[in-house]
Write a protein that binds this ligand. Structure first.
Ligand code: 5AD
Ligand code: SF4
Length: 453
């Protein structure tokens, strides 16, 4: 979402006559886009602003702070402390022009909803794009700062969404990811209901029938997940069988304290529904370890839930107390060692499952969107419909970015390796540079077909 917002502001700047330059040394204006969901990114912003202040002491420069941190008192205090000139909350990004015209400090912190009328088409040849379908969030998970920084949920009109999608398709986009804090709740905010917007499942069907090759979406709150979303995924081939469904914890006691509004059993029912419609669904999740008051027994429930679902991947976070959230005010943080030790156990569990899930892909055919060159010369990297990172040697007649059929022949917990197939289902010959490459015998070994796991 922040990348998308960064592009939005960059395009505003370009339309005002600015050039985007690669380094701070060449810049007259430096804007720092920020995340506030955990404490660590906030620390990074402080140190970056410290460096920028030193440069500004030597020559004229305008420094701006934008995004979620800018919306918070914490961010505004930081902005004052570091001599920041412009502060733009995530709902005020279009004020960048006004901000630059102003000769004084410029602070803009309103929630606006017509931001997206201004999204420029992506450059020709872009394969993958994001498309924001809603902003803000109406949930109040007790650990989360997002409702404060991004405000209440506002769905974007389907006409606007489809217009932006058309521009993406004209640029050659093959995969679009619909973005929102909680895309499943698309259409349920009051404005959207009054305007008669479709449900998320029906929006998915509309987007899936637009001619785009792949549709993904992120992220989903389990409470708003309806079985019709799983049905739409099954009846619309372009929608990828990938579901990111953050569970946060496997303990009902912790879920209640987090105000997540579902139980472990309700969550598992969604997983069952998804797998009934999509037996090969790839499931990913977010988990917070060490939420205040989490006992060893609560944490064990999270570990068992991981085994019960068998996730392909997970984003795992240590609870980070955020000033201004209910859990910060009402609960006491657990000791650091307890949190890090639990995270290590969860990461080990995740690695085990990713290894198992990836190994099961060996011998299968996958549709892989190859974005471009991998680190190894002669290799291309990309990802499957299920978001598994994949590396293949460039083949004769298939050495450009695009979507290809790939047979997987080797897997690690983090990566799939394979060979590009031709129209006849046979492996295409490897292009010279990748095939021989005596200077890289180790990588050549990696792509040797292995027996089925
Ligand atoms: N501490 C740790 N993780 C958090 N997340 C949100 N707020 C916090 C916090 N205070 C995680 C959740 C969410 C993801 C985007 O970030 O898991 O799904
Ligand atoms: Fe934060 Fe997501 Fe909960 Fe909204 S649903 S409050 S964005 S964790």
């Amino acid at each position: 979402m922040n990348e998308y917002d960064t592009h939005l502001v960059q395009s505003q700047l370009v339309s005002l006559g600015a050039d985007i330059v690669p380094t701070v040394d060449e810049a007259d204006v430096v804007l720092v886009n920020t995340c506030a969901v955990r404490g660590k990114p906030v620390e990074k912003v402080r140190s970056l602003l410290g460096d920028l202040r030193k440069i500004k002491a030597r020559r004229p420069m305008v420094i701006g702070l934008m995004g979620c941190l800018a919306q918070l008192d914490e961010g505004q205090q930081i902005a004052r402390a570091f001599g920041v000139d412009i502060v733009l909350g995530p709902g005020s990004l279009l004020d960048i022009g006004k901000a630059l015209e102003s000769s004084e400090r410029f602070w803009a912190l309103n929630f606006r909803d017509e931001l997206h009328a201004h999204v420029p088409p992506p450059p020709q040849g872009t394969l993958q794009a994001h498309l924001t379908i809603m902003r803000g969030c109406d949930h109040h998970c007790t650990y989360c700062i997002v409702p404060t920084t991004r405000g209440p949920q506002v769905s974007r009109s389907p006409d606007d969404i489809l217009r932006e999608l058309d521009a993406q398709l004209a640029a050659g986009v093959q995969e679009v990811t619909l973005l929102g804090q909680n895309v499943n709740a698309y259409g349920v905010d009051q404005g959207a209901q009054l305007a008669g917007y479709p449900s998320f499942a029906n929006l998915l069907r509309l987007v899936g029938r637009s001619g785009v090759r792949r549709v993904k979406f992120t992220t989903s709150h389990p409470m708003n997940f309806t079985e019709d979303v799983a049905a739409a995924m099954a009846d619309t081939p372009a929608i990828c069988e990938f579901v990111h469904l953050p569970v946060q914890s496997g303990s009902n006691r912790v879920l209640r304290r987090m105000a997540r509004e579902y139980t472990r059993e309700g969550y598992l029912q969604h997983v069952t529904d998804i797998r009934r419609h999509l037996p090969h669904a790839v499931l990913a999740t977010d988990i917070i370890v060490g939420f205040p008051g989490e006992t060893e027994e609560d944490f064990q429930h999270t570990l068992d839930l991981y085994d019960e679902v068998g996730y392909d991947s997970a984003y795992m976070f240590i609870y980070s107390p955020r000033p201004g959230t209910p859990s910060y005010t009402h609960f006491e943080d657990l000791p650091r060692e307890v949190k890090t030790e639990r995270l290590a156990r969860l990461v080990a569990k995740q690695k085990e499952w990713s290894a198992r899930k990836n190994a099961a892909k060996v011998g299968t055919m996958q549709d892989v969107l190859l974005r471009g060159d991998a680190h190894e010369p002669g290799f291309l990297e990309g990802h499957t419909r299920g978001n598994h990172p994949t590396v293949v040697p460039a083949a004769v007649g298939a050495d450009r970015p695009g979507t290809y059929a790939v047979r997987i022949n080797h897997a690690t917990p983090h990566m799939l390796y394979g060979r590009i197939l031709g129209a006849d289902g046979q492996e295409l010959p490897i292009r010279e540079t990748a095939a021989s490459g005596p200077q890289r015998p180790d990588t050549a070994a990696l792509i040797t077909p292995l027996p089925m796991a």
